[in-house]
Write a protein that binds this ligand. Structure first.
Ligand code: FES
Length: 353
C-alpha cells in the first residue's frame, strides 16, 4: 500500500481521480439509496385480448365447479363407502377406503377454491403496478379514507360485480365446502333411546361368572376379590353377545357389611356382596381395577374412580354419575337379580330423566 492508500499493483490510469471520487461521495451523501424505479410494465395477454380473458374466466369457473363436485363426492363417500373397507393405494399401502375418499375429496374441494382464486387474481384482476413510498406507521384520517377508497376501487377492478360467472361459482364452492363438516354430525348419533334402559337383567336372572360360565354362589365371592358376571342365558357365541355384554357386564365385590356406608346399597346387597355395572358412566369403558382396602374401582380410560362402599359414587375423574347398582338376592343357593337396573347403564351424557 502507498501513502495515499492505493495498492501498488493497480495501474495509476485505471483508478478514479481524486475529483471523481469526491463527486461520487457527495452524490452518495445526498441520495444514499437511489430509487431504481419500476421496470417497464408488460401487459398480460388477458389485458389485451378479450378472448383470452374469457378463457381465463372459464378456467377459474371450472376450478370452482370441480370444488363443488369434490364436495358432492365427499358427501357421497361418507354415505356410500363402508367404514371397514380397506383398499391398497400405491405407494401408501393398505388404508381405509373411507378415510382415503374423504381426504382426497375434501383436499380437492379446498385446493380448487384456492387455485381458482389465485388464477383469478393473476389473470383477471387489475394489473396496475404501484410503488408505495414508506410512510409513518400511524395512519392519518385522510390515509384511512384513501385506503377505503382504494379498497372500493380494488373491488370494482377485480370484476367481482361484472364477472358474474366467476363470482357465482365462487359463492357456490364456498357455500358447499362447509357441508362436508355438516355430514360428519352423523357420527354423533343416533341417540340410544331406551336401549340403555333395557339390559338382560330382571328379577330371577342368575349371576354367572364370566370366566367359568358357572352360576355364582355367595361362597364363591371372597372379601377383597373382584368377579365379573353376566346374566344366565347370555352365551359367549351369541350373535349379539358384544352388544349385550356391553350393557350387562357386572362387577361383584364382597365388602364387610359394616363397611358399607350407603343404606340403599346395603339393602340391595347380600351379606356384603354388591353388584355394580361394569360400564363406566363417563364414556362407557369397562372398569377393571379394584382397590380392596378402599373399595375404590378405577376406570383405566380417564381415571374416573368410584367408591363401591358408598353407592358407587364418583370420587374422582370426569364421570358424571354414580355406577348403577343391581339389586341382588339369593335363591336356591345362587346369586340372582332381585330386579333389573333402575337407571340406564353406561355414559352419563345421555339424558337420564
Ligand atoms: S370412560 Fe371411564 S373415565 Fe372415561
Amino acid at each position: 500500500m502507498s501513502e495515499t492508500g492505493r495498492h501498488a499493483d493497480v495501474p495509476e490510469e485505471t483508478l478514479p481521480s481524486e475529483r471523481e471520487t469526491a463527486h461520487v461521495s457527495v452524490e452518495k451523501a445526498e441520495n444514499p439509496f437511489a430509487d431504481p424505479g419500476l421496470p417497464p410494465h408488460e401487459h398480460r395477454i388477458q389485458d389485451i385480448d378479450e378472448r383470452a380473458a374469457k378463457r381465463s374466466e372459464r378456467v377459474v369457473a371450472l376450478q370452482f365447479l370441480v370444488s363443488m363436485l369434490a364436495t358432492v363426492a365427499f358427501i357421497a363417500s361418507y354415505v356410500a363407502v363402508p367404514v371397514d373397507k380397506i383398499v391398497y393405494i400405491w405407494p401408501i399401502g393398505h388404508i381405509s377406503a373411507l378415510n382415503f375418499a374423504l381426504g382426497l375429496s375434501l383436499g380437492v374441494a379446498l385446493f380448487c377454491i384456492g387455485a381458482g382464486a389465485v388464477h383469478w387474481a393473476r389473470t383477471l384482476m387489475s394489473d396496475v403496478e404501484v410503488a408505495d413510498e414508506r410512510h409513518p406507521i400511524e395512519a392519518e384520517p385522510e390515509v384511512k379514507a384513501k385506503v377505503m377508497e382504494d379498497f372500493a376501487q380494488g373491488a370494482k377492478e377485480s370484476g367481482f360485480g361484472r364477472r358474474k360467472l366467476v363470482r357465482n361459482t365462487l359463492f357456490g364452492a364456498l357455500a358447499m365446502v362447509p357441508l362436508s363438516g355438516v355430514v360428519l354430525l352423523r357420527d354423533l348419533g343416533p341417540l340410544p333411546g331406551t336401549k340403555l334402559r333395557t339390559t338382560g337383567w330382571k328379577r330371577g336372572v342368575r349371576l354367572v361368572n364370566q370366566s367359568t360360565n358357572l352360576p355364582l354362589r355367595p361362597e364363591d365371592i371372597a372379601v377383597g376379590s373382584l368377579t365379573f358376571a353376566k346374566p344366565e342365558g347370555l352365551e359367549d357365541d351369541a350373535e349379539d353377545f358384544n352388544v349385550q355384554i356391553a350393557k350387562d357386564a357386572l362387577m361383584i365385590v364382597r365388602i364387610k357389611p359394616e363397611d358399607i356406608k350407603d343404606k340403599q346399597e346395603l339393602s340391595w346387597s347380600y351379606d356384603g356382596i354388591v353388584a355394580y355395572s361394569k360400564i363406566c358412566t363417563h364414556v362407557g369403558c369397562p372398569i377393571s381395577l379394584y382397590e380392596q382396602q378402599t373399595h375404590h374401582v378405577l376406570c383405566p380410560c380417564h381415571q374416573s374412580t368410584f367408591d363401591l362402599s358408598d353407592g358407587g359414587r364418583v370420587i374422582f375423574g370426569p364421570a358424571g354419575h354414580a355406577l348403577p347398582q343391581l339389586h341382588i338376592m339369593v335363591k336356591d343357593g345362587f346369586l340372582e337379580a332381585a330386579s333389573g337396573f333402575e337407571e340406564p347403564v353406561g355414559p352419563s351424557f345421555w339424558e337420564r330423566g
